[in-house]
Design a protein around this ligand. Structure first.
Ligand code: SF4
Length: 622
């Protein structure tokens, strides 16, 4: 809650809207306590007195009634009616939407066709028809406004519920024997409440306007009772002669609706899980860069990272996700980056092409040289021309990265045509060649399939084909086999190995599995808490790990055919990268730690092809 309020206040427009609404609500609440004149007492001798006259701060209306008093009493009424209509519409609409979305089938069909019928009418006409049927009056106006907004909530909440009802935790609740009522109350409802709150916060302003509209037409509040709409309606005849009678309620309606809308937008942003994680703005097309010096390229290789530093700045906290990482990969080479979750592997890979979401991500130092050109801070056009063309990515979950509504062949053809001006037919032929190259049987017919029609392994092959589409120099594969079963995993690894050998591709393979590294990678870099702690040829590192963390990671891997042995889990958890301990970040989990390990920064010592960041390594590097 504190975090939500902090985010809301950081958004200046939302804070302004909130301040306006707070002031209006406080004024409305204390109206009965204020020394105001009676709002309905007429005095025709004092008609149309101008604002700032003695005894009438905002002047009087056509019957000599004090406008300040009527404004405050009218605001109180309009707010109460608008807010009540919003709550009623939200509760009924959400209930209808949840029932339709949860049960689906015929129940959903019947309910949603009724909702569609209501939505087919222009809502103001529908509201007029309801008030005409029930008779004029504020309560009937409230019913009409609530009724015409029920379909809006029902449609919104039904859509969200359909997605939630198919999720695994709902299936788990069913398997646990929970009934429909309990599932709806304890599984579905908590997930749709934020959406209901967001929808209410953005629609309450309309409802106040709609209620004012009905009162303006004489169908809401009845004389002499004042609400903002009826005050405007009564002031119509004197618009030219006494404009203040219209301006006073009009300005209040404007302030309330603007305030609610600004606040509603702020509430929506503050409840958005991604924006909540640190930023109230949408991500930029490339990661923002704020570095003071640019290190010179030091080695060769098609891609070289030099002292790369990427942080996430979330409020006062700074998460050093990538901390002075230097790596290089040569053409045709496969470099494995291995480490536990949160060690900075993926952020390192995403930083290369400026794909870290920014804000909150910022690259604060280092460089990423592709064929001698620094990509960090390169113009967006340059990055776009390289993304998917010279440097391609394969992600862990192809289901999430393939567009669900386009056929895979079309998606492949599009990936080619983004970078090369060739005809659609040529691109489609190339797409089929790519599917054949990644060993998808019946490539021609598979090209016409949608992603959901393919198995997990097939989809990952399409992901690889997509990465290969423009014959890139480098493929960055971010745990592409984690979600696959072992037989498919072995096929995918052998496919990647063949492709890199045939085409001279450089591969950066991110994984947490030493078995995968052993099968595919020429060299391996071990990451811990955002830093490289060991690097070297795969065989040498596996046979004689130098860093205690690498040794413990290898000891966690079960070996088939080596008899029963106890797997040595690493005690504790990696440190949070916003509170890194002094010295070696692995010290709290290291069985060889000594006082010197926490005394100061520990450098990555290089010897030949190997490097280690440890004061007391398991092996002396030669
Ligand atoms: S520096 Fe010390 S604490 Fe860190 S890994 Fe080496 S021996 Fe362990």
């Amino acid at each position: 809650m504190t975090r939500f309020l902090k985010l809301l206040i950081r958004n200046r427009l939302a804070a302004l809207g909130g301040a306006v609404i707070l002031a209006v609500v406080v004024l409305a609440l204390i109206t009965p306590l204020l020394p105001l004149q009676a709002p309905n007492v007429t005095n025709t001798a004092d008609r149309f007195i101008r604002p700032f006259s003695p005894g009438h701060l905002l002047g009087t209306d056509h019957l000599g009634r004090d406008l300040l008093s009527r404004l405050l009493w009218g605001t109180r009424l309009s707010l109460a009616v608008g807010a009540s209509a919003a709550v009623i519409a939200a509760v009924i609409g959400a209930a209808v939407g949840i029932v339709a979305g949860y049960f689906g089938g015929r129940i959903d069909n019947v309910i949603m066709r009724l909702v569609d019928m209501l939505m087919a009418f222009p809502y103001i006409l529908l509201a007029l028809a309801i008030v005409a049927a029930l008779g004029p009056g504020l309560m009937n106006a409230l019913i009409a406004v609530a009724a015409v907004n029920v379909p809006f909530f029902a449609r919104n909440i039904r859509g969200i519920t359909v997605g939630i009802a198919g999720r695994e935790f709902v299936d788990a609740a069913r398997l646990a024997g929970m009934g429909h009522g309990r599932i709806i109350l304890f599984e579905i409802l908590p997930n749709v409440v934020p959406v209901i709150v967001i929808a209410m916060s953005t629609t309450i302003g309309w409802m106040i306007l709609e209620t004012a509209g009905l009162s303006f037409l004489g169908l809401g509040s009845q004389p002499p009772q004042a609400d903002l709409g009826s005050m405007l309606g009564e002031a119509r005849a004197a618009l030219i002669a006494a404009p203040h009678t219209s301006v006073v309620p009009g300005a209040m309606i404007l302030a309330i609706v603007m305030g609610i809308n600004l606040l509603g937008d702020g509430v929506r942003d503050a409840l958005d899980p991604r924006l909540r994680s640190g930023a109230l703005t949408r991500p930029m097309p490339a990661t923002s860069v704020r570095r003071e010096t640019v290190p010179a390229p030091q080695g060769g290789g098609v891609l070289q990272l030099a002292d790369l530093e990427t942080r996430f700045e979330i409020g006062p906290r700074i998460y050093r996700a990538v901390n002075k990482v230097s790596l290089e990969v040569a053409p045709g080479e496969c470099l494995g980056i291995i480490g536990e979750s949160g060690s900075g592997k993926s952020v390192t890979a995403l930083s290369i092409m400026g794909l870290v979401a920014s804000p909150p991500g910022v690259i604060t130092g280092g460089a990423a040289y592709y064929r001698g050109d620094d990509l960090i801070g390169a113009p967006y056009r340059r990055l776009r021309s390289l993304r998917g063309d010279r440097i391609a990515y394969i992600f862990q979950d192809p289901q999430a990265t393939l567009h669900p509504l386009y056929r895979v062949g079309d998606q492949l053809a599009e990936a080619i045509r983004v970078h090369h001006s060739i005809s659609r037919a040529e691109a489609e032929d190339r797409a089929i060649d790519l599917l054949t190259a990644v060993r998808i049987p019946n490539a021609e017919s598979r090209a016409r399939a949608y992603p959901h029609e393919l198995s997990g392994g097939m989809r990952q092959r399409v992901g690889i084909a997509m990465a290969m589409a423009n014959d890139p120099d480098i493929i960055i594969a971010d745990e592409p086999t984690t979600a696959l079963d072992v037989t498919v995993q072995a096929q995918i690894l052998s496919l990647l190995d063949d492709l890199r050998r045939e085409r001279g591709l450089a591969i950066i393979f991110i994984t947490h599995d030493f078995g995968v590294v052993a099968q595919l990678c020429d060299r391996v870099a071990v990451m811990y808490a955002g830093r490289i702690v060991e690097e070297g040829p795969t065989g040498t590192v596996l046979d004689a790990p130098a860093h205690p963390y690498t040794r413990r990671l290898i000891a966690c891997v079960p070996e088939l055919g080596q008899g029963r042995r106890r797997l040595e889990a690493i005690p504790g958890l990696p440190p949070a990268v916003d509170r890194l301990p002094a010295g070696c970040a692995f010290a709290p989990r290291c069985d060889k730690a000594r006082d010197a390990c926490t005394a100061g920064d520990i450098a990555l010592e290089r010897a030949g092809a190997r490097a280690v960041r440890c004061l007391f390594p398991e092996e002396t590097l030669t």
